[in-house]
Design a protein around this ligand. Structure first.
Ligand SMILES: [Zn+2]
Length: 278
């Protein structure tokens, strides 16, 4: 599907939200972004053969442009799975952050060839891409900003629908909120997320996501103040009727907030409970 002259969006699988995924997540989006001289892929989905076929047929229908890179927004399998195959077929380097390189290489057969720094520019000929480091969902997550069209490709940093998962083992809540604030420095007209539909009110969306995390934090501080101060208490109060399959993910989200509040010395742990630092 053409988003504009420069951007083609490829959706793999059925393009509707899955209620059993956290936040009601859509299948992954893959983007082919083109300039006068070169193009890039942003993400590669899971890597199923029919997905690779789809990516290659879009590339062929665009006249087989030279691919300057296959940019991976972060380490998760639904974004990197097709990178090795695609790279082999089109002879393109794989690009991601240095922080994400080892995780991507452990979790797939892809080799990350280029690890751009924050703010580095990739020039495609009348299409200028800026790589923006946005840690939080994972510590090496990145966004890509297409300057000419004021489009931000966000991977899982911002989803078309719902809120992204911040897991303490891979991500960090304070970094995530910082990355959302960093995005506000860019003049963005459209967000192309890693899952779900485009967002054409980007600033409102980013503010809403920051406020959602702040609001959750206030709610947790109130619960702790009121003596609802263990993981089970907080989980029970916040996630009243979510599907049992999502319980662990939801608890990891709470843990990510707890870690932030402990680091900021606003709460402390006492056994299985938390208390406000006076
Ligand atoms: Zn992800």
């Amino acid at each position: 599907m053409k988003i504009n002259d420069r951007i083609t969006k490829i959706v793999v699988g059925e393009n509707k939200p899955d209620p059993f995924k956290y936040g009601g997540v859509y299948p992954p989006n893959v983007f082919l972004v083109s300039g006068k001289n070169k193009s890039v892929f942003i993400d590669t989905a899971h890597g199923k053969p029919e997905e690779i076929q789809k990516h290659l047929s879009v590339w062929e229908s665009e006249g087989k442009p030279e691919i300057a890179g296959i940019i991976l927004t972060h380490r998760h399998g639904d974004h990197i799975g097709g990178a090795a195959e695609l790279s082999k077929h089109i002879g393109a380097p794989v690009i991601s952050t240095a922080v994400e390189k080892a995780a991507i290489e452990n979790e797939s057969s892809a080799v990350v060839n280029i690890t751009p720094g924050d703010g580095e520019i990739l020039q495609l000929g009348n299409s200028t891409l800026e790589i923006i480091h946005t840690p939080g969902h994972t510590m090496g997550s990145l966004c890509v900003y297409l300057q000419e069209d004021k489009v931000l490709f966000t991977g899982d940093n911002i989803l078309g629908l719902g809120t992204t998962v911040i897991s303490p083992n891979e991500g960090d809540m304070a970094s995530y909120i910082g990355s959302l604030q960093k995005m506000l420095n860019y003049n963005i007209e459209t967000i192309c997320p890693g899952h779900g539909p485009e967002i054409d009110t980007p600033n409102e969306k980013i503010h809403e996501l920051i406020e959602h995390r702040h609001q959750r934090e206030r709610q947790m501080l109130e619960l702790i103040t009121a003596g609802q101060d263990s993981m089970e208490h907080i989980f029970g109060a916040i996630y009243k009727d979510i599907h049992p399959g999502l319980h662990n993910t939801a608890k990891r989200q709470i843990q990510a907030h707890i870690n932030k509040l402990i680091n900021e010395k606003r709460i402390e742990q006492a056994g299985n409970n938390y208390r406000i630092v006076q």
